[in-house]
Every structure is written in C-alpha cells, then in structure tokens.
Design a protein around this ligand. Structure first.
Ligand SMILES: NC(=O)c1ccc[n+]([C@@H]2O[C@H](COP(=O)([O-])OP(=O)(O)OC[C@H]3O[C@@H](n4cnc5c(N)ncnc54)[C@H](OP(=O)(O)O)[C@@H]3O)[C@@H](O)[C@H]2O)c1
Length: 332
C-alpha cells in the first residue's frame, strides 16, 4: 500500500482527550478515518464514543494492557499523550518526573507497534526542545538549545532515531505555542483578561515566539500521516513569529478589555508560575514552517492576527454553552 492511498486510515490515537487531541480527532473524523482513541478513564471513553471514535480504555504505563491489541491493527499512530503538565506551579522537580514518565510511556507504546502493519507514527514533541534560537528564523536542522519544557522533553526526543533505526516509521512534529480555547491560553491569558486580572509576562525586551492555532495544529498532524518522510522533523508553526505578548494584546482587543499586562522580573515570575513556565517566556524562538508547507499543508490561520480572535470567540461561545448547561442542571 502506498502512502498516497491511505485515505480512510485506521488510526490509533493517544492523548485523544487532551487539548490538541480533541482537534486532531475532529479533523480525522471529518476526513472519514477510523479512530481507536486511548484514554485511562471510562467517563472520557463515553465522550470519545459520542463523537464517533472507538474508545480504548487503557494506560500506556501498563505495558500488558489490552490497548496493545488495537494498536497492532493501526495504519497510523498519533502519539499525543503526555504525563500531566497542566495546573499549579511547574517546578523543576515536577518537570523531572514528567521527563522520566514520558520516556517510559513512549517505550511502552513503541514496543507494542507492529512495524509490518503501521505506515506512520506521528510523534508530537514541542519546539521548546529547540529553545533559544536567537533573532534568526530557524529550520528543523538548527542545533537545539532546549529551554522551558525542552530539557525535560529532550531524553524522549533524542531516543527517537534509535526507534527509527529499529524499523519504526516515526516522524516528529514540533508544534510551537499552540493557542486556542483551552489549555495554557485559557488559563494564563483568557481567564485573567476576562476577570480583570493581569496577564503576567517577563520584564525586558520583546521576545519573539512561533505560535499556531490549535485547529491548524490538529489538521497538520493528520496531514503528516500521509505527507511526511520517515525520520524527519516538522515544525508546526504559523507564518509569522510574533512577540509573545502579542497574543494577549489581540485577545484583549477581541474581548474589549485594556491595560492588563504586567511585566515581572524573572525571579518573581518564577515564584508565581514556576521555573518551567517562567523559562518558557525567557527566550526567542522564530521558526520556519517551510518544510511543512512544502508537503502541501495550508493554514486556515496563517497568523495570530487571524487566529486569536477566532480562538477567543470560540472560548466565549463554549463558556456560555457550559454556563447554560450548568443552569439547566441546577434547575432540574
Ligand atoms: N498544549 C500545547 O501548547 C503544546 C505545545 C507544543 C507541544 N505540545 C505537545 O503536544 C502533545 C499533546 O499536548 P496537549 O496539551 O494536547 O496534552 P494534554 O492536554 O496535557 O493531554 C494529555 C493527554 O495524555 C493522556 N495521558 C496522560 N497519561 C496517560 C497514560 N499514562 N496513558 C494514556 N494516556 C495518557 C491523557 O488522557 P486521559 O486523561 O484521558 O487518559 C490526555 O488525553 C504533548 O506531547 C505536548 O508536549 C503541546
């Protein structure tokens, strides 16, 4: 079977209930792929079934789990699952635990894949692995200088060539700052802005970063199952690197609020959000999407000027739907 003929793929998806996973799932279902979606929780399984996926209840840390049977039937595997990162202060010790668990989860997954059946494995990493790229635009061949989450992702990313050498058809996707109506963008930007609270940033010069709308991110990961070269890396970032604070400025304009940015010195920011998030704001990362575009991928939101207002409006709609549902439940 050639890659070009892989429409209607059977895809095994980890991290289906996460931020990016939900958008990947939407894109994959719309393109009529058959999805086996892994989750550890029975209640999450019901939500996955409700959108048409086949839920597989299991835990990647359980190397004998029955999830391995579905995995061995997959044409493509998308690996988005990661140990929990979200909420609370992200200290170095939490990040070290993350690093060890992530390597163990990857190993359990990779060892259970059948390379004779599976044609692509899209491994989702993060551009913090490349870290500080200075003021030039970098491509995937740049020397990594991991920052923020990067040092803790590095052991997992650096083990990938070994699995490729053993015959696994892995491509590595590196999304930049993935913004949308959830995850860090809701927690650190949209919630504070809409509650009249400050959005914290790092004092000093503007530092450029490479964002991408979560819908484009989900679609790009799906695209890579059919348009990618084994062993290659692909940045998933939009056309225009921007100063990190630009995302909050556009969000504030869309929400119709002003004057809520507060810039702190590193030491105070670190106390507030933890070392890992503070360090994520401390470096420059201007990345090129040329390789991804050369595979034929087209962005719906090529810049955050186009994408952030859409993300904010979606977040507001989802909030009002949740509120209405809550009121209905309370009334019953
Ligand atoms: N969010 C971003 O801005 C961003 C940016 C760049 C790169 N990335 C990368 O993209 C990937 C996905 O990120 P995300 O933010 O979408 O993830 P997320 O929201 O943190 O979701 C994590 C997912 O992992 C699953 N999971 C956790 N432990 C598991 C285990 N032991 N076995 C099976 N599943 C497990 C969870 O499923 P259940 O709880 O249902 O079991 C959940 O669906 C990660 O690799 C991340 O590093 C994210």
């Amino acid at each position: 079977m050639t890659l070009a003929s892989l429409s209607g793929q059977r895809i095994f998806l980890t991290g289906a209930t996460g931020f990016i996973g939900a958008y990947f799932l939407r894109a994959a279902m719309a393109a009529s792929h058959e999805i086996d979606a892994l989750t550890r929780s029975k209640s999450n399984a019901a939500s996955l079934e409700a959108v048409g996926a086949t839920a597989i209840v299991g835990d990647l840390t359980d190397s004998k789990g029955t999830w391995r049977e579905a995995l061995r039937k997959a044409d493509a595997v998308i690996h988005l699952a990661q140990p929990q990162t979200f909420g609370g202060r992200l200290t170095k010790s939490r990040a070290k635990q993350y690093s060890v668990r992530r390597v163990a989860m990857d190993r359990a997954l990779f060892e259970a894949i059948d390379p004779a059946r599976t044609r692509r494995i899209v491994y989702v990493a993060g551009t913090s692995y490349y870290g500080d790229c200075g003021s030039v635009i970098c491509d995937e061949g740049a020397t990594p200088h991991p920052r923020g989450w990067g040092p803790y992702l590095a052991p997992a990313i650096e083990s990938l060539p070994g699995y490729v050498a053993r015959g696994l058809p892995i491509v590595a996707a590196f999304p930049g700052w993935v913004y949308g109506p959830g995850s860090w963008f809701a927690q650190y930007v949209l919630e504070p802005l809409s509650n009249g609270k400050p959005v914290y940033g790092l004092r000093g010069r503007a530092r450029y970063t490479s964002p991408v709308h979560v819908e484009d991110c989900g679609r790009a990961i799906l695209h890579l199952t059919q348009h990618s070269e084994i062993g290659s890396r692909y940045f998933i970032v939009d056309d225009e690197p921007v100063p990190g604070e630009q995302l909050a400025k556009i969000a504030a304009n869309t929400l119709g609020v002003t004057g809520h940015g507060r810039k702190l010195p590193f030491v105070l920011l670190k106390l507030l959000v933890g070392q890992v998030v503070a360090d994520s704001l401390a470096y420059e990362n201007r990345l090129s999407n040329s390789r991804l575009k050369s595979t034929g991928f087209a962005f719906d939101f090529p810049s955050c000027e186009q994408g952030v207002p859409h993300a904010v409006r979606t977040w507001l709609q989802e909030k009002s739907i949740n509120k209405a549902e809550q009121q209905k439940c309370n009334a019953e």
